[in-house]
Design a protein around this ligand. Structure first.
Ligand code: 5AD
Length: 354
């Protein structure tokens, strides 16, 4: 399907207003392939991001603190049933040391991400958050630790975590059930996102692009769900197979579709924080630059200890030593400069209202 630029202009204008696009218009947008139309879409998204966030690209230091996980998502390399992954869990001290190293490098947001590791109690994590909050009081603490009871989320919020990343993965229940075993619940994931918002976290939702069985209709559901949830951040990246999972032989998601979705999300959520993800950088060497030029405004370099980075294998060939490594800040700054943007080390809260 080909969309003329004039038709596209109307659609882009509508995307920017509060009304949500009709299904048919979204479908056209998602199927559109002409390079001129895509460039128009990306340029529109850039304009909107620059209107709110200028040329800044925010960076967050990512600490992958455990790759143990009680879940068994069919797509994920650290799923419980994957016996080929070497498991690790950082100690409290190691995590604090990562933050300290990050702080010295200038990072002012720490993202603590982990599999759903039952070894940590609610209290353990609260203690850790409180200590980081005390030692680095001018930093934001983001958690990305999966599904927990509301009480745990409240306790961590009180300890000093102010942001939480929990991708919804897919907004279609039928699709969700194809990506997850029966033990996992679509409804609980949504409950978590609602609880997190109510508690007062800046919340990040998101999904994989091109995950197995995903249809254009499913993506439209994701777009509608995001409109309803109004998250502060949206994490999307292409699905990438990991060979030791049930989806190990599935084909990866598309680079162009991912970049197009970043642009659509920027236009529909002008103030959202939108990372150009590691998965985007993994699928193509200039993937993250393309994302940044289509409305993305966040990067999440890796601050985990070097010896464990290779073990956090959500998918194969995951980048962890190039410019995505937090210690290569200068190289990263250069790359960002080359595309006309500038590295922003500050905390960088979402402009989306709480
Ligand atoms: N490919 C791409 N992204 C993945 N994730 C997990 N496994 C994969 C994969 N094989 C994403 C999920 C999860 C986030 C931490 O990583 O969306 O929420």
């Amino acid at each position: 399907m080909n969309l003329e630029i004039s038709g596209l202009r109307e659609i882009v204008d509508e995307l920017c207003t509060t009304t949500c696009l009709e299904r048919e218009q979204l479908r056209q947008l998602l199927l559109m392939e002409s390079p001129e139309a895509l460039e128009y879409l990306y340029a529109s998204a850039r304009r909107v991001r620059e209107q709110w966030y200028g040329k800044k690209v925010y960076v967050r230091g990512l600490i992958e603190f455990t790759n143990y996980c009680r879940n068994d998502c069919y797509y994920c390399g650290i799923r419980r049933s994957n016996s080929r992954v070497e498991r690790y869990r950082l100690t409290h001290k190691e995590i604090v040391d990562c933050c300290r190293a990050g702080y010295m490098l200038g990072y002012r947001t720490f993202v603590l991400q982990g599999g759903e590791d039952g070894h940590y109690t609610k209290e353990d994590l609260a203690e850790l958050v409180a200590e980081i909050h005390r030692l680095f009081s001018d930093c934001a603490i983001t958690l990305s630790f999966g599904e927990w009871e509301r009480e745990a989320y409240e306790c961590w919020y009180e300890a000093g975590a102010s942001r939480y990343l929990l991708r919804h993965e897919t907004a279609s229940q039928a699709h969700y059930e194809k990506l997850h075993p029966k033990s996992m619940s679509f409804a609980n994931r949504r409950r978590c996102l609602e609880d997190l918002k109510e508690i007062g976290y800046q919340v990040g939702a998101g999904f994989m692009v091109g995950s197995p069985f995903q249809t254009v209709e499913d993506i439209i559901e994701d777009i509608y769900y995001l409109k309803e949830l109004k998250p502060h951040m949206v994490g999307i990246g292409p699905f990438l197979p990991q060979k030791d999972t049930p989806f190990g032989k599935e084909k990866p998601g598309s680079l162009i579709m991912t970049v197009k979705l970043l642009a659509i999300i920027r236009l529909m959520h002008p103030k959202v924080l939108l990372p150009a993800t590691t998965a985007l950088g993994t699928i193509s060497s200039n993937g993250r630059e393309l994302g940044l030029l289509a409305g993305a405004n966040v990067l999440m370099p890796n601050l985990s200890p070097k010896d464990v980075r290779k073990q956090y294998t959500l998918y194969d060939n995951k980048l962890c030593t190039g410019t995505e490594a937090a210690e290569h800040r200068e190289r990263l700054a250069d790359k960002i400069h080359q595309i006309g943007y500038e590295l922003a080390m500050e905390k960088g809260d979402s402009l989306v209202e709480l």
